[in-house]
Design a protein around this ligand. Structure first.
Ligand code: FAD
Ligand code: DLZ
Ligand code: SF4
Length: 506
């Protein structure tokens, strides 16, 4: 007999390791401190994973599998995946371990180092294998999402007719990017009251992880496939149609807008990426949703999600240590909820604390943008994102943070840094109108810090970005400004950063 490893983000009966298993094999699942504490995860994230693991173990047993399940408070728990595998191997006399490749280099290497032979199978939950991505990337001067995405559309046939993209265009982003107004009819995701299994896990997490940043209750995420399927149906029926136009909008009183909030379920295996994309394409084919919304949504999963994974595995284990811009500042305490006068950050971080979720533009253009403009250490930024979001696993979080958001990979994920002044945030949100800072002020004590830091960033990285075809032109605007104004903006930025570093509320 063999041991079959199922990790906390591998909760599907279709898992390659399970599909390879024989009836006499023993499935190993383990709640361990090594995984629960390699970063200080948000309590909601730990609760979600433990509850989903326990329920999946029940499903496996109901399906006839023998499951050796270790609970966190099991007295024999060795508190590492490797330790639990060795313990179970000795207990059951297993000579081999079958695993589906984990989504993190750290754990892949730990399995390689085990004294018992481990067969790591490809994770077939993705549209592109490592080999396919590597073949696509080989010889290209630049890796760009748009070209990869088209390959994936061709490969899957999603939103394709007779080999051509539906509607004649590959990408309908031009029709998107609208700001949103408050709307009481927006549904948001469905709430799932904790059942007995989840309630027990919530008590455990409260007792063991209450020091971590983030509020545990109320907890309304689904923790099994049945709930995740309901969340998918709810999104398709209520939110997908308006997903496209409003996907970049931000509102103080609506953390969800038309987003799906499906990433926790897709990343743990409760939903498959293929079925989610299929449901969106099906709703378009049935005339229920507009093309720009279906295409925009499918592109996030079929394009971005796969592209990010491809980069993570192509670039290798040192990726999270990259720091192309040489940024060294400590992430300020406002990222852990210390008061800030910046209304956008206060809302994005507050929502993150309460929900373990923020949507893409909040992550990219508020928390990410500020950390980049301020010159924060990208590894600290990476660990923050890995900690605070319920959907965060290194294979997807690191390319988004190190690559897309912090430009710390020097331009592998994106061809330009995602930086903006307050103007962009003002256009896409309702944060600025009640902010203590003035978004229209470029200098002076009330000037929006994003305005000050924007020029400070561009000025200090002139050598790298002046020739960049996508943002180089901005230097002409900067150079045309009156010299006194430029000096004042830079001096104000320096003073803002000095006050932030000194621990003052900014
Ligand atoms: P929707 O807006 O409804 O999008 C639908 C789906 O598309 C998501 O569920 C997700 O599976 C996929 N998707 C969308 N954008 C991306 C993207 N850039 N990369 C990969 N998949 C994408 N996403 C994660 O799943 N885990 C992370 O740890 C993570 N960290 C991020 C860190 C930063 C700095 C940034 C800028 C983005 C990060 N993202 C991450 C991407 C994105 O923000 C989330 O996928 C999205 O907010 C999840 O909410 P949703 O399900 O409502 O997404
Ligand atoms: C994130 C996480 C947490 C918090 N706890 C566990 C756990 O106790 N047991 C487990 O098998 N998996 C857990 N996970 C998910 C793993 O960290 C994840 O499989 C790896 O980081 C690879 O993506
Ligand atoms: Fe954020 Fe500046 Fe707007 Fe305030 S004025 S909410 S700091 S962008």
């Amino acid at each position: 007999m063999r041991l079959i490893l199922v990790l906390g983000d591998q909760l599907t009966h279709e898992l390659s390791a399970l599909r390879t298993a024989n009836p006499g094999d023993v499935v190993v699942m383990a709640e361990v401190m090594a995984e629960a504490s390699y970063v200080r995860h948000h309590p909601k994230k730990i609760a979600f994973i433990f509850a989903a693991m326990r329920k999946f173990a029940i499903e496996l047993r109901e399906a006839g599998w023998t499951v050796a399940y270790t609970r966190l408070d099991d007295p024999d728990n060795s508190h590492a995946i490797t330790g639990e595998l060795l313990r179970r191997a000795a207990e059951h006399g297993a000579a081999e371990i079958i695993a589906t490749e984990p989504g993190e280099w750290r754990l892949i290497q730990a399995l390689v180092d085990l004294p018992v032979p481990v067969r790591q199978l490809p994770d077939s939950r993705f549209f592109a294998s490592h080999a396919e991505f590597a073949a696509w990337a080989k010889g290209r001067k630049e890796l760009r999402l748009e070209w990869f995405y088209r390959e994936m559309r061709r490969k899957t046939g999603l939103l394709m007719t007779d080999g051509q993209p539906e509607g004649g265009k590959w990408n309908y982003d031009h029709d998107n990017r609208k700001p949103a107004a408050p709307d009481l009819l927006r549904q948001g995701p469905p709430a799932f009251p904790p059942d007995a299994v989840t309630a027990e896990v919530l008590d455990l997490v409260e007792a063991r992880f209450s020091g971590n940043f983030g509020t545990l209750r109320p907890f309304t995420y689904a923790t099994d496939r049945a709930g995740a399927l309901k969340a998918l149906d709810h999104f398709i029926a209520n939110s997908l149609d308006e997903f496209g136009p409003y996907q970049d909008a931000m509102l103080m009183d609506d953390p969800y807008l038309h987003h799906s909030i499906l990433s926790p379920y897709i990343n743990t295996g409760l939903l498959s990426a293929a079925e989610v994309c299929g449901a969106a394409a099906g709703a378009y084919a049935a005339g229920q949703v507009r093309l720009n919304s279906a295409e925009g949504f499918i592109r996030q999963i079929l394009g971005w999600r796969e592209f990010m994974r491809g980069i993570y595995f192509l670039e290798g284990p040192d990726y999270t240590r990259r720091n192309a811009l040489g940024h060294r500042r400590d992430l300020p305490p406002l990222y852990w909820g210390a008061p800030t006068r910046m209304n956008c950050l206060s809302h994005a971080v507050g929502q993150t604390r309460d929900l373990a979720h923020a949507h893409h533009i909040q992550r990219l253009m508020v928390t990410g943008n500020f950390a980049l403009l301020a010159g924060c250490d990208p590894h600290q930024v990476h660990e923050w994102y890995l900690e605070v979001y319920i959907d965060a696993y290194e294979w997807v979080e690191a390319p988004n943070t190190i690559g897309m958001s912090q430009f710390a990979d020097g331009g592998i994920v994106g061809s330009k840094p995602y930086v903006s002044s307050g103007n962009y945030i003002n256009k896409m949100s309702d944060y600025c109108r009640t902010c203590a800072y003035k978004v229209d002020d470029r200098t002076g004590p009330d000037a929006c810090p994003f305005n000050l830091l924007y020029w400070h960033f561009l000025d200090r990285h002139r050598d790298r970005f002046q020739q960049n075809p996508r943002i180089g032109r901005i230097y002409a605007t900067w150079d045309r400004m009156d010299a006194d104004r430029r000096d004042a903006a830079l001096a104000d930025a320096r003073s803002f950063l000095a006050r932030m570093d000194a621990g003052e509320e900014v």
